[in-house]
Design a binder for this molecule. Structure first.
Ligand SMILES: Cc1cc2nc3c(=O)[nH]c(=O)nc-3n(C[C@H](O)[C@H](O)[C@H](O)COP(=O)(O)O)c2cc1C
Length: 199
């Protein structure tokens, strides 16, 4: 089973670091993983041109096209976003909005896939939970199975306090505890439901 991790940070810092750690833990559980990042990529916004509704493809030929192909093979998806102004980064949101095209082509594109979220804020309580709710809203709207990490530490998923640095996030023991709990549940859900025919 393949898991695609999407980093919505334009930097090679905290978000990327913790997402790669999540993928490493999932590989230990026997999953195949793929890493994709907005960093250094051309990620345009959805223009709501509705080309995809009639032509079944996105008119914007940017780097998101490669992500469409990656996601079509995935049973599991992880959105990892830095917290910007109390929610997901605009880069993360742009990726989500661009998924309209694959759903126009196949309304069941995401159906039955399992999803978890990671939110990394510079502040201890800077909007991580709201960012996770935005990620879960995307999953629910797409017919996916949203997974948190359970009570006592990771209710809605993995939350990190980076203090705005890579070194800061590496010291966030509670953050890594929330990540481990979430990854464990995510892996268990994938093993239980991930094989299901998405149609
Ligand atoms: C435009 C912008 C807005 C931000 N807003 C918030 C915020 O609302 N809450 C918060 O906790 N951190 C906020 N931050 C800090 C980042 O979430 C934090 O530095 C995070 O580690 C960035 O991820 P990265 O290390 O992967 O780049 C903001 C950073 C930027 C650039």
């Amino acid at each position: 089973m393949i898991i695609v991790g999407i980093s919505g940070s334009p930097r090679q810092q905290a978000t990327e670091h913790v997402l790669k750690e999540a993928l490493r833990l999932l590989e230990e559980q026997g999953f195949e993983t793929r890493f994709w990042t907005v960093r250094g990529k051309w990620v345009d916004h959805c223009a709501h041109c509705d080309h995809c509704l009639t032509e079944k493809e996105c008119v914007i030929q940017d780097d998101v096209q490669k992500l469409y192909a990656l996601l079509s093979q995935a049973q599991g998806i992880i959105f990892a976003s830095p917290v910007y102004n109390g929610g997901v980064s605009s880069q993360t949101k742009a990726v989500m909005d661009r998924m309209r095209a694959v759903v126009a082509e196949d309304k069941n594109f995401f159906r039955g896939k399992v999803g978890m979220g990671i939110a990394v804020g510079g502040d201890r309580a800077g909007g991580q939970e709201f960012a996770l709710m935005q990620i879960h809203a995307f999953y629910i709207i797409q017919g996916m199975i949203p997974v948190g990490g359970g009570f006592f530490g990771a209710n809605l998923g993995a939350t990190f306090w980076s203090k705005d640095t890579l070194e800061g996030v590496k010291l966030d023991e509670e953050g890594f505890r929330s990540l481990k709990k979430t990854v464990k549940k995510f892996g268990a859900f994938l093993k239980r439901y991930g094989q299901e025919d998405k149609k």
